[in-house]
Design a protein around this ligand. Structure first.
Ligand SMILES: Cc1cc2nc3c(=O)[nH]c(=O)nc-3n(C[C@H](O)[C@H](O)[C@H](O)COP(=O)(O)O)c2cc1C
Length: 398
C-alpha cells in the first residue's frame, strides 16, 4: 500500500496472516487484577475488553496471561496453564469477534518479577504481611539468582531442564489461546519479565549456552518463539512486545533489539510491539525513557527503519486522533497501541473516526449508532434556536 494514496491510515484495514483488522488501533494489554487464584476470566474481563471492541478498536489484546501459576505477577492475574481456563476466555474472544474486532491475548511468565502486590496494594513484592489478604508470596525463578531490586526475592536460577520445561509451557498456553479463538498471540517479552530477563545483561549472568554473548542471551526467547509458532495455526498472528532498550548503563540496547528482531521475524513473528524499560524493579528506567506524548515512537521508528520486513507497533501516551494518524503517516509505526486513553474513553476509536473522517455513526454498534445519528439532528436544532443546556437554569442561584 502506498501511504500517500490513503486518505486516512488509522482507518485503513490491515491484513496480517489470516485476518484483516478494520483499523490500526490496538488495545494495549492491560492487567485488570480481577481474577482469583483460579486464573480464570470472569464477567469483568468480558465487559472491559468487550467495550473496547464495541468502541471500535481494530485489535483487542487481553492482558498478560500467565503460562504457569508461578509466572503470574499477582494472585489476581489471568492464566492459561490449564484447559479449564480456555472456556471463559473463549467467551471473551467470541464477543470481541462478534463486534468486528480481532481478539488477541498476551502471554507472560513474570520470572523474577512475579509474586507482586496489585497496584493498589503497593505494587511491591509480596511478603508475609500480605497473607492478611490471603496473598502468600511464592518462590520466583529467573535466568540468574539476582534480585530485581531491594526488598525483592532472589529468584532460583533456572536449570537446563527448567528451561526446556518452560519452553513447553509457553507452547501449551499458546495452543490453548488459539483454541479459545484468539487470532493474535502477543508474547510479553518486555518490562523485566522472564523473556526480557534472559535478554538483558542486567539480569542474565549465566555462563552456559543461555548466557554471556548476545547470541546466547537470545537463545531462550527464540526457542520460545519457535515452539509457539509450531504450536499455533499458521493463520494465527504472533506479536512480540519488546523492551527496545533498558535505559540502564550496561543493559539491553536499541542495537541489540535490531539484531534480535531480525531473528524474531525470521521465526515467524509478525509484529514487533515496541515498549521499554523494566529490567530492574524500581522505576528509574521509566525516568530514563522520558514519558512525553508517543514516548516510544523514536524506538518503534528505529525498529521500522532498521528492519527489512515485519510490522511495528508503538505505545505510550497516544491520546489524540491527529497524533495517531501522524504516527502512522510519518512512518514511526504501522499500528498504534493505546492503553489508558481507552480506559478513559472506551469509544475513543469511534470518536477518532468522526474527527478524522467526519461525523457518522455507521460504524458504531447499531444499538447506539442509530440513536446517536438522531441525536445529532436534535442537538443541531437546539443549537440553531439558541437554546443551551443551561437556558432553563440561567437565573438559578445554585
Ligand atoms: C492498568 C494497566 C495495566 C497494564 N498491564 C499491562 C500488561 O498486562 N501487559 C503489558 O505489556 N503492559 C501493560 N500495561 C502497559 C500498557 O500496555 C501500555 O504499554 C502503557 O500503559 C503505556 O500506554 P498508554 O500511555 O497508552 O497507557 C498496563 C498499563 C495499565 C495502565
Amino acid at each position: 500500500m502506498n501511504n500517500a494514496d490513503v486518505a486516512c491510515l488509522l482507518f485503513a484495514p490491515l491484513t496480517i496472516r489470516g485476518f484483516t483488522a478494520p483499523n490500526r488501533v490496538m488495545v494495549s494489554p492491560m492487567q485488570q487484577y480481577a481474577s482469583d487464584d483460579s486464573g480464570k476470566a470472569n464477567d469483568l474481563h468480558l465487559v472491559q475488553l468487550g467495550r473496547f471492541a464495541m468502541g471500535g478498536a481494530g485489535m483487542v489484546i487481553a492482558e498478560a496471561t500467565a503460562i504457569e501459576p508461578i509466572g503470574r505477577m499477582s494472585h489476581t492475574d489471568l492464566g492459561l496453564w490449564s484447559d479449564e481456563q480456555i472456556e471463559p476466555l473463549a467467551r471473551v474472544a467470541s464477543f470481541i469477534s462478534s463486534q468486528g474486532s480481532i481478539p488477541g491475548i498476551q502471554l507472560v511468565h513474570a520470572g523474577r518479577k512475579a509474586s507482586m502486590q496489585a497496584p493498589w496494594d503497593g505494587m511491591g513484592p509480596l511478603t508475609q504481611a500480605d497473607m492478611a489478604r490471603g496473598e502468600a508470596p511464592w518462590e520466583t525463578i529467573g535466568p540468574s539468582a539476582i534480585s530485581p531490586g531491594p526488598g525483592w526475592q532472589v529468584p532460583l536460577e533456572m536449570t537446563g531442564a527448567d528451561i526446556i520445561r518452560n519452553v513447553g509451557l509457553w507452547a501449551s498456553a499458546a495452543r490453548r489461546a488459539a483454541d479459545a479463538g484468539f487470532r493474535i498471540i502477543d508474547l510479553h517479552g518486555a518490562h523485566g519479565y522472564l523473556l526480557h530477563a534472559f535478554l538483558s545483561p542486567i539480569s542474565n549472568h549465566r555462563t552456559d549456552r543461555y548466557g554471556g554473548s548476545l547470541e546466547n542471551r537470545m537463545r531462550f526467547p527464540l526457542e520460545v518463539v519457535s515452539a509457539i509458532r509450531a504450536a499455533i495455526p499458521a493463520d494465527c498472528a504472533l506479536f512480540y512486545r519488546l523492551s527496545v532498550l533498558d535505559g540502564i548503563e550496561g543493559g539491553w540496547t536499541v542495537e541489540d533489539s535490531l539484531i534480535f528482531c531480525r531473528e524474531l521475524l525470521a521465526l515467524g513473528v509478525d509484529v514487533i510491539d515496541c515498549s521499554s524499560g523494566g529490567a530492574i524493579s524500581d522505576r528509574t528506567s521509566d525516568v530514563r525513557v522520558r514519558r512525553g506524548y508517543a514516548f516510544h515512537a523514536p524506538y518503534s521508528r528505529a525498529m521500522r527503519d532498521g528492519l527489512d520486513d515485519g510490522l511495528v507497533a508503538t505505545v505510550g501516551l497516544i491520546v489524540d486522533p491527529h497524533q495517531a494518524e501522524a504516527i502512522l503517516r510519518s512512518g514511526d509505526a504501522d499500528i498504534v497501541a493505546i492503553g489508558r486513553e481507552l480506559l478513559a474513553d472506551p469509544n475513543w476509536t469511534h470518536h477518532a473516526r468522526n474527527v478524522l473522517l467526519g461525523e457518522s455513526y455507521d460504524d458504531w454498534p447499531q444499538e447506539a449508532g442509530w440513536w446517536l445519528d438522531k441525536r445529532v439532528g436534535a442537538l443541531r436544532k437546539l443549537q440553531d434556536s439558541g437554546e443551551t443546556p443551561m437556558t432553563r437554569y440561567q437565573d438559578s442561584t445554585m
